[in-house]
Design a protein around this ligand. Sequence first.
Ligand code: C2E
Ligand code: MG
Ligand code: MG
Length: 400
Amino acid sequence: MHTLISEFSRGVLAAGAAVFQVGDTGDSAYVIESGCVEVLVGAAHAQQRVAVLAEGAMFGEVALLDRQARTATVRTLVPTTLVRIDRAHVEELLVRADPVIQYLLRLLLERFRSSSAKSELPPALPPLSGHASFAPPEDLHAAAVRTLSLAHDLSDAIDRNQLDLFYQPIVRLPGGTLSGYEALVRWHHPQLGVVQPDEFIPLAEKTGLVHRIGQWVLQRATTDWPALRDTCAARDGERPFVSVNLSAPELCSPGIVEAVQRCLQTTGMDAHELRIELTETVIISSVEKVSASIAQLRAMGIGIALDDFGTGYAGLDYLQTLPFTTIKIDRAFVAHMHSSERSFQIIKSALALSQLLGISTVAEGIEDAATGTLLASMGCEYGQGYHYAKPRPLHELLAR
Ligand code: C2E
Ligand code: MG
Ligand code: MG
C-alpha cells in the first residue's frame, strides 16, 4: 500500500537539473508547482528544444502510461518545484476505472503516437506498446465496445418497443401462496438478445435515460396490474401488490411523486397495491432530497421496500427516520445461509430488526425448499426466488 507522500512527492530542483533523460524508464509523471522546464528531443550532441513548460503543466505522463523508455530529456530552467505522480498509483486507479475510460485512454494514446509519427520533429513518443500494463486486454476492450454500443442503442429501445416487463412472484412462507410480484425490466436487443437490467440500468443512470425507462416501467406495471392482480391468492387483511424498482436519479428527480400519482390516476390502480423498492444507494445519494419524496409516496398509501438489505454501507439510522414498510434481505446472504454462520446471523438480525420495527420481510433468491423452510422457521414471512418461480412476462403468467 502506497502512502500519499510516495504517490505524490514534492521536490525542489535547482536550475539546469535533469528531471529525466532520453532512454530513462518512465515510471513517474510530473506536475510543475512553480518554476519551468524545457523539453529537448534528439541525440545528446544535437538536442532541440521543443517546448518550455511552466506552472500547472504536466509532463512525462505518456511514458508512464505506455511503459516505454523516455524519448525526450526534460531539464529545469530556473529553480523548480515538481509534484511527482508514481506509476503504481496511476495503475491502481486505471485498474478500477470504467472499461470505457480505459478504452478512450488507449485511443488517445494511439492518436498521440500517430500524430507525433507524422510530425516533422523526431517523434516525441515511442510507439504504444501492446504490453503496457494498463492497456485493456481483449475482453476489457470488448466490454468497452459493448458498453459504448449499448449506451448508443438504449436511447431508441423504448421507441422501438424493445423493453419488456417481467414479473417474479413473491410468496408467503412457508406455504408458497402468491402474495404479489416484483416487476423487473428486460431489454430485447435486436442483435445481442436479452440484456439484463444489471447491465443497462447503470448505463441508463449515467446517460439520464433511466427517467424515461422508469416512467415506462411504472406505466406498464400499473396498466398490467388488473390482469396480474387476479392471479394472486386472496387473503384476509392482506392486499396483493406489485413492486417496482426505482433508482437514485429517478427518486431524486423533482417530478417523481407527481409522475407516480399520474400513473395511478390514469390506470385507476389503488396506491395501497403498489410498492416501491429502493436500495441504500438511493438513500446515501441524498437523504434530504429523497426523504421528502419517500414520505409523500408513503402518505399516498404506497409501500416502501428497502431492497438488497445488508449489502450497503449506510448506517441503520435511516430505518428509524424513513417510513419503510418492508425489508428485502439480499440473496447473497440467503444463498449462503446454510454454509456461512455470518450470513445466517445477518439474516437473523434483519428478521429481529424488522420485527422490532413492525415491518415485513422478504427473503430474496430462495433457490431450494430447505432454504424456504428454514427462513419460515426463523420468522421470515415472505420469499422470492427461483425455487418458487423465475421472472416471467405477463402473457405467460396469465396463460397458467
Ligand atoms: P433486485 O431488485 O434485487 O431484483 C432481484 C433480482 O434477483 C432479479 O434480477 C431477479 O431475477 C433475481 N433473482 C430472483 N430470484 C433469484 C434466485 O433465486 N436466484 C438468483 N440467482 N437470482 C434471483 P434482475 O431481474 O436481473 O434484476 C437485477 C437488478 O436490476 C434488480 O435487483 C434491480 O436492482 C434492477 N432492476 C430491475 N428492474 C428494474 C427497473 O425497472 N428499474 C430499476 N431502476 N432497476 C431495475
Ligand atoms: Mg428489487
Ligand atoms: Mg434485491
